[in-house]
Design a protein around this ligand. Sequence first.
Ligand code: NAD
Ligand code: HSO
Ligand code: ZN
Length: 433
Amino acid sequence: MIEIKRFNSKDSDFDSNLEKLLSFENAQDDAVELTVSKILADIKQRKDAALIEYTNRFDRLSAVSGKDFELTQDHLQQSLTALPSSQRTALEQAAERVRSYHEKQLMHSWQYIDSEGTLLGQKITPLDRVGLYVPGGKASYPSSVLMNAIPAKVAGVKELIMVVPTPNGERNHMVLAAAAICRVDRVFTIGGAQAVGALTYGTETVPSVDKIVGPGNAYVAAAKRRVFGIVGIDMVAGPSEILVICDGRTNPDWIAMDLFSQAEHDELAQSILLSPDAAFLDQVMHSLNRLLTEMPRRDVIRASLENRGALIQVHDLDEACAIANRIAPEHLELSIEQPENWIDKIRHAGAIFLGRNACEALGDYCAGPNHVLPTSRTARFSSPLGVYDFQKRSSLIQVSQQGAAKLGEIASVLAMGEGLQAHALSAEYRYKN
Ligand SMILES: NC(=O)c1ccc[n+]([C@@H]2O[C@H](COP(=O)([O-])OP(=O)(O)OC[C@H]3O[C@@H](n4cnc5c(N)ncnc54)[C@H](O)[C@@H]3O)[C@@H](O)[C@H]2O)c1
Ligand SMILES: N[C@H](CO)Cc1c[nH]c[nH+]1
Ligand SMILES: [Zn+2]
């Protein structure tokens, strides 16, 4: 029997139980922080020499030079050619759908001229060089190559540098084939905090980048947090999460498998079901127990469901939406009749899956939207990875003679109010002298 928590929203201790379920602290956080700060400092100072040492140690390789980590374009093409045609076709179809979706996100430069003839605008520039972190410690994620590289390409990033660890030297052909399909420029077989350090500070072999994007484990997340400011980062994505709201009329096996689909990522992943129908929650419980025996990763799934999962009986779907907004999940499935009528009630979620057929797994691979999403309630203030993460904005200001007089007067008054005389005079020279 899976020991998954059962709550009822009308119980007096529901609020505190829910908060306890949502807040988690990794007991290893301090140790991870210490390890990561040492690795970053070492990479900054000793560059390739430190990169080789850490990679050999953590990924059990025997590199002697930084050059041993780089894969050529030929390697990538060979992986693409070696792929079974079903996998190649699936990757290409997914890539096409992800590209079409992201093309709609492109921001364009704009400008206008005001009544005094002053031109104002916003110029959009893609980033020059970006580092894509593709996780590879416990599992391989070709889909994450697509989700990171395609929006960068659509934005027009000049150079994509991908890093992916290859524990024991085992390279994943689908990951490398995905890099070939996305036309990634350079690939290095490095991972963890040392890869983040190398991309930040640069080494004799690995070039420094302007921004590092992509998910990873606790070491990668801690390293990204620490290097932010020297380079840009996308977000610090934590363990996966799924929240399902179901009216009780979807096949309980489907819902059980949707909960498993995120639980199988990680012992710290979170899977929660909300339903007003108590009998349905019982049926899902039954499905979870029956289907678990067929799952290859059942130990991870069980640990995740028992640590951080819950089946919650709510009063009605309105209350379910209010609880969903409190949780602000990475993924939200609305497995209900006419889900489109409920979209306006949802304010906080990384991705919203509408209706009984829209299982979260389709979003992970091929629906089109990005699967790198805000976790740990950060959907309250952040958004999916997108083309906008690879574009930056510069303001444009060109002032006419008439504009210099009008703006100069306003600026001069404000500058004197701030006690900054040079600012005031700089503005006044334009129309007085
Ligand atoms: N949000 C998303 O889009 C998304 C997508 C795919 C995966 N993920 C998540 O990414 C994570 C991937 O984790 P992973 O471990 O499989 O791969 P990873 O590539 O993130 O980490 C592997 C690296 O961690 C480092 N490491 C491991 N143990 C260490 C130690 N004791 N000390 C120092 N460094 C150490 C090593 O350098 C190793 O190369 C999972 O949590 C998964 O759920 C998220
Ligand atoms: N669900 C993950 C993001 O939360 C992404 C993923 C990749 N492969 C399978 N799933
Ligand atoms: Zn997933």
